[in-house]
Design a protein around this ligand. Sequence first.
Ligand code: DAU
Length: 361
Amino acid sequence: MKCSRSKSKIKDEQKNSHNLVVLDFIGSHVVRLFVTKYPDYQIFNLDALTYAGNLENLKDIEDASNYTFIKEDINDAAVLKELFLQHKFDSVIHLAAESHVDRSITDPLSFVKTNIIGTMNLLNAAKDLWKDNYENKLFYHISTDEVYGTLGETGFFNEETAYDPNSPYSASKAGSDHFVRAYGETYGLPYIITNCSNNYGPNQFPEKLIPLFIHNIVQNKALPVYGDGNYTRDWLYVEDHAIAIDLAFHKSEVKNTYNIGGFNEWKNLELVKLLCTVMDKKLNRENGSSQKLITFIKDRPGHDKRYAIDATRINKELGWKPSVTFEEGLEKTVDWYLSNEEWLRNVTSGKYQEYYEEQYR
Ligand code: DAU
């Protein structure tokens, strides 16, 4: 049975439902939330464990009886097909992506492969398994606000904003969003998409601004700020994003989109200065010493000036809003990195050094 075009709520809490979550940093927080909050769900976590994937991130729940880890790659269509047949997944929460803008500038093709072809492979596997009965099935695609391009000094992205991506990364995410919608229209596949702003929090790979700068401050290394630092991002604590995903998964209508944001805009330079102050305190360093590490470097090509999310729809319809202030979230994040030095050491050895040299030399 195809799902009708009229919007209807499709996911109730279901006993023994088999949910496939395909991972990244945000995904690890979603998996933890679902495994602990829904003991009746079987959660299958599929991850290729590429450079940013790390089983350590879910050590605390790895023995849970409703949790299964599968090391596979969404680029392998045949394996996905097999897995869908074997486990009869009812729903997919798709968070697997190449997600770092700078890497997409040096290697755009790998972003097309994982973000577009990988998403197509998942869509095909889901469609093939579900096509005779779409009832209570859901393909949930997690996306980004970067698909909307850039804003000037004012205004916000909402769910009706036209797509206008500027980086190979955002173009690949826009492409994957389009395919998800196209599968909804063409084949009736029940889907939802959410587009979120910049996430931060524990377990984020230290290539993104906040964990990279925490790592560098600890090591007394330069803090490489692109351009003049006057670029604006909207920051959301990752656990609040996971809560929004839980709500959208259970309560959204089919063929729906929600924008998720932190109501929390910061210019990069201001954010870095705040981070420096927090780090000085935590490391018992003289106030102002970390700020001396700030180094302005050549700008990122195609650097989007400003992102800002209007999250009114998810707030009004699902009652979601961030629970953690930026100051609280940043402090929790810093505390986590400082008490997980071994995690940080492990992920920054080997290949990371090569990436760092190449990116910032
Ligand atoms: O908006 C959501 C997006 O946020 C996600 O879809 C992406 O996966 C995620 O990477 C993030 O994209 P950004 O490019 O905004 O994040 P990033 O942490 O790389 O950079 C944040 C800002 O800080 C951006 O204006 C570039 C700047 N920056 C970043 C790095 C890594 C620097 O000035 N220096 C740096 O070394």
